[in-house]
Design a protein around this ligand. Sequence first.
Ligand SMILES: *Cc1c(COP(=O)(O)O)cnc(C)c1O
Length: 429
Amino acid sequence: MHYYSLNNNAPNVSFSEAVIKGLAPDRGLYFPERITPLPNSFFEHIEDLDTIEIAYQAIRQFVGDEIPEPVLRDILADVLSFDFPVIQIDDTIGTLELFHGPTMAFKDVGARFMARCLEYFNRNNENHVTVLVATSGDTGGAVANGFLGVKGVDVVILYPTGKVSEIQEKQLTTLGKNITALEVDGVFDDCQEMVKTAFLDTSITDHKQLTSANSINVARWLPQLLYFLFAYKQVKNKGKDIVFSVPSGNFGNICAGIVAQKLGLPVKHFIAATNSNDTVVRYLETEKYDPKPSKATISNAMDVGNPSNFIRIQKLFNNNFKDLKSSFSAFSFNDDQTREAMKHVFSKTGYITDPHGAVGYLGLKKQALSSSEYGIFLETAHPVKFLDIVEETLDVSVEIPTQIQKVMDKEKKSIPIKTYSELKEFLLK
Ligand SMILES: *Cc1c(COP(=O)(O)O)cnc(C)c1O
């Protein structure tokens, strides 16, 4: 499988090159040359396949022959070693829980898959790769955990000071070893801008192989398509049309869902549910893409003003605005609405949503499902990751799982920085 740059001004690359480079030299996102649908029999008999078989069948075309089958199967078994249950909320709505991994947010799968791929590609050489990543919350923890101790890889995480939850901060600042956290005096966009600048700075890249672990990296992005297949396997026997509502920030997760649809997964409609960072919502209304600086909300992992994967979504619809609008909607909700939704779901059903899942739930409510449809919202983080907001909104106490408690007891280590030149100095030292 080859990947090309969506800016169309860089050479095509193999899967391994796309993973190692992250972003194409023309600053474009890599995109697969072809997406070949899976045979109908795959979907007809999906209930007979286990998680690893589903994953292998779906992902192998994107990897090609660069990772041999037994190795790829081992990687998938390692990466997908937890559950992805669909929990019934009411007759017409279920939630796909994606938080059963080690850092309790859905980014674990992508981060672990990317780490295992890089480890394999680095197996024979002594070269070091530096993974440089900006996080608005959950990416940092998932990447830190996924890459911890991976040979030949150093990880540098930039996060906005005071803008991530306490648990998120602990998850990315307490691991040590090959993981360093840089605490940036600014907002997420500042972190993201510094990272982008570093990738283009030849005075750094002449000395260091840098790569990204944001969802711009194909190995972070693509494995997320598996979630939608796992959900389908569980709800197929309802015989309804499936509508997915995906809490969206950088739009990597929902974009992977659309790739699953291209593989033949029967999906009636996709809803991108966002917080007040509503660039895509406005685009669908006006056909003008007008990114704004990100605003801080209680669903902070979605505080993204310029979602980097949206261009991939447009490509998946052949840049046809009408086609996009016919199977894709986007709705924005503010913090008050999010809190109300958390309360509503809890009082009606006893289910505790985190703020991101609650935004997803709101997306389904706004779309208004017909009786032939079944709505699934993605629960992208465990409520414990947003403990203060959940406890204060619902007046409950959430039990802290052991894997989180262990991290909370550790000591935070971070390096404060303010400017790009401080980042550069750090990378070159
Ligand atoms: C990252 C994240 C999102 C947004 O996912 P994108 O792929 O960036 O759209 C939503 N919820 C949580 C909890 C996240 O960590």
